[in-house]
Design a protein around this ligand. Structure first.
Ligand code: SAM
Ligand code: SF4
Length: 339
């Protein structure tokens, strides 16, 4: 296939990056209020009628997979477990076939609350794996960070996900100075012991306005220094590809089995050059970059009746506006809403 043919059949940007990984937000609502993500009182939620219906979500994803070269789907939010039709959406998307003739890979990014009660249905629907957000193993610190006392529910969700075979289970943790640095090593020990893949995320300038303060962000270098006091780390040998996390191998010792820990250094070491992700918000906006302030309305502007043709057209038209690969997180232009 020539590069022109490839660009015509995929979501390719002006720098040759092809979006194969589609992140689909299923709701803007959440049952937690993590300080780095949402104000204590929540957001002005989308009116229900603005949120894509289950059928619309499946239709938009179907076009992305069957006509635009998307191969991986990640369901997110807000909190995607709040979406009643989640299992049905996953089951329908698993019926799709990519250009390679296989079902798309599916994963779920969740805060884990209530996951234990849904895992069997999610696995039966065809979900491949989960990423669970867990910023602290200390109940009080967790409650202060999430503004809800739900740590036991999250731990139950993690255990249930593993038991249901939604593996490898991945754990995401945001670390902030003076808030939860004390959790870095306990989280590492917890995940290594269970063979969960832990990924620390540098706090990004998203979420509540004026909340982000670079001096409070714990950087990749600081995280590695903290981990290095307890573990022997070496960079993973495999090529990173389009993965947002840079991965380190943790050597086994008498106390722990070893494993891998990643850091998503979106602020100090942005990985835009190889980015293969694009996003659809719960109200049907295509957002080609997490830090983009521009959105393309897949539903209202083009009309749902014409989505079949308008989505590929406007999706391809939006891609050339993607940021340059060297761009980094810009606190001066925070996102219009949470990731
Ligand atoms: N509610 C789900 C959850 O918490 O996993 C899915 C949505 S949440 C927005 C997706 C991920 O974004 C979580 O791992 C969360 O920690 C991360 N996140 C949210 N705001 C962030 C920020 N300002 N900086 C870095 N990561 C952030
Ligand atoms: Fe909710 Fe996830 Fe944001 Fe926390 S990070 S408030 S769980 S959407």
């Amino acid at each position: 296939m020539t590069s022109l043919q490839l660009a015509a059949s995929t979501l390719t940007d002006a720098f040759g990056r092809v979006a194969r990984d589609l992140r689909v937000s299923l709701t803007d609502r959440c049952n937690l209020r993590c300080t780095y993500c949402m104000p204590a009182d929540g957001l002005a939620w989308f009116p229900t009628e603005d949120v894509l219906t289950d059928d619309e979500v499946v239709r938009v994803i179907g076009i992305a997979v069957e006509r635009l070269g998307v191969e991986k789907l990640r369901f997110t939010g807000g909190e995607p477990l709040l979406r009643i039709g989640l299992e049905g959406i996953i089951a329908a998307t698993k019926q799709l076939r990519t250009a390679r003739g296989v079902a798309p890979e599916t994963s779920l990014t969740t805060n884990g609350v209530g996951l234990d009660k849904r895992v069997k249905g999610l696995a039966a629907a065809g979900l491949d794996r989960v990423n669970v957000s867990l910023d602290s193993l200390d109940r009080e610190r967790y409650a202060a960070l999430a503004r809800r006392d739900r740590l036991p529910d999250v731990l139950a969700g993690l255990a249930a996900a593993e038991a249901a075979g939604l593996t490898p289970v991945k754990v995401n943790a945001v670390v902030m100075r003076g808030v939860n640095e004390a959790d870095v090593v306990p989280l590492a020990a917890f995940c290594l012991a269970r063979r969960y893949q832990l990924r620390f995320i540098e706090q990004m300038p998203l979420g509540p306005k004026h909340e982000w303060d670079r001096s409070k962000m714990v950087t990749q270098a600081e995280l590695l220094a903290l981990l290095g006091e307890h573990y022997r780390l070496s960079p993973a040998v495999e090529a990173r590809g389009a993965a947002p996390a840079e991965v380190w191998q943790v050597e086994a010792d008498a106390d722990q089995p070893g494993g891998r820990i990643g850091v998503i250094a979106s602020v100090t070491a942005p990985f835009c050059g190889a980015c293969d992700r694009t996003r659809i918000t719960a109200d049907g906006q295509l957002r080609t970059c997490l830090f983009s302030t521009r959105e393309t309305d897949l539903r209202g502007r083009f009309g749902l009746a014409r989505t079949t043709n308008s989505w590929p057209r406007c999706g391809r038209a939006a891609m050339p506006r993607r940021r340059r690969p060297t761009a980094s997180a810009n606190p001066a232009s925070p996102n219009p809403s949470a990731p």
